[in-house]
Design a protein around this ligand. Structure first.
Ligand SMILES: Cc1cc2nc3c(=O)[nH]c(=O)nc-3n(C[C@H](O)[C@H](O)[C@H](O)COP(=O)(O)OP(=O)(O)OC[C@H]3O[C@@H](n4cnc5c(N)ncnc54)[C@H](O)[C@@H]3O)c2cc1C
Length: 274
């Protein structure tokens, strides 16, 4: 079969017998069947270094007295002096048109090893600049998705559930990381509480089914970047001329651009029906 597109699965679970491993395997099978070349970064198996340190730079530092990670790795990236493990992940990411982050939810976020991948791989210059972000982001032709398992049930993550609205929890990763770098963000795939679920096989089958049309799936909607005045005098805020228009909206624009209004329902969990 001709492989004409590449998917990267960034995977973080310690156990090959885990439900996360089963979810990853379904994704590899389903995507391969559709003609994807599938790359997997199995972070624990790779013993991927999670901490962002001076060892990520080969050769001399720009300022050894005051190590500023962002500045040092940006220069190292330009000069081809990043550590090999980062450079390898960046090469995989460059090839991929679809990126799936597969992980168990840890403390309302991703495991530290995966956060370390984000800290160390998505560096300034390679993944974003202040000119190339959000709608103008470097990865605007790529799609990305969070696929994760939880310990809590779905009801715990409702707006009146004990853990609070899952849409709020998703904002930092989906907007602050993925969309910031330009990715078209697909709705997350959430496997609620697999440890106590009687429908684990059905969840895996639903995942397989979803992946059949992942390449044409509509992404989540975010506030268009042109809504904001991207200059220092404008303070990177909503353009004044839009404030009046937005005043008449019944809901905020997105989960975090709520403008003091009710949150738009399912903003971070479902693509808008057009
Ligand atoms: C540090 C830490 C922080 C956490 N923070 C949170 C948090 O903030 N919020 C929250 O909700 N949860 C939290 N959790 C819980 C965590 O998210 C869950 O334990 C995890 O998501 C469960 O996924 P798993 O893959 O590890 O499940 P597993 O325990 O590996 O699997 C669940 C069940 O599925 C079975 N299984 C495996 N393969 C298959 C298959 N092919 N078909 C059918 N069944 C299969 C397994 O045998 C097992 O019985 C946290 C856990 C830790 C360790």
């Amino acid at each position: 079969m001709q492989q004409w597109k590449t998917a990267l699965i960034v995977y973080a679970h310690q156990s090959p017998a885990s439900f996360n491993a089963a979810v990853r395997d379904v994704a590899v099978q389903a995507l391969t069947k559709q003609g994807y070349k599938v790359l997997v970064s199995d972070l624990y198996a790779m013993k991927f270094k999670a901490s962002a340190t001076a060892e990520d730079v080969k050769g001399d530092l720009k300022n050894p007295e005051h190590f500023v990670y962002n500045d040092e790795v940006m220069v190292a990236w330009q000069d081809g002096r990043l550590s090999d493990d980062i450079a390898e992940e960046q090469q995989k990411l460059e090839q991929a048109e679809l990126v799936i982050f597969q992980f168990p939810l840890y403390w309302f976020s991703m495991p530290a090893i995966m956060k370390g991948w984000i800290d160390r791989v998505l560096i300034q210059g390679f993944a974003f600049t202040m000119q190339k972000m959000y709608d103008n982001g470097i990865f605007k032709d790529k799609r990305a998705m969070l696929s994760f398992t939880t310990g809590g049930t779905e009801s715990m993550y409702l707006a009146d559930g004990v853990h609070g609205d899952v849409n709020v929890l998703l904002w930092p990763l989906q907007n602050g990381v993925l969309r910031f770098c330009g990715f078209q963000v697909l709705a997350p795939q959430i496997f609620w509480c697999p440890a106590h679920s009687p429908v684990r096989s059905e969840m895996l089958e639903a995942w397989r089914e979803r992946l059949r049309s992942v390449c044409v799936e509509k992404p989540l909607s975010f506030a268009p970047t042109e809504y904001f005045d991207l200059s220092f005098p404008g303070g990177f805020r909503l353009r004044p001329e839009l404030r009046e228009t937005c005043a008449s909206l019944t809901h905020g624009i997105t989960t975090a651009h709520h403008l003091g209004k009710p949150l738009p329902p399912d903003n971070q969990t479902k693509a808008k029906d057009s």
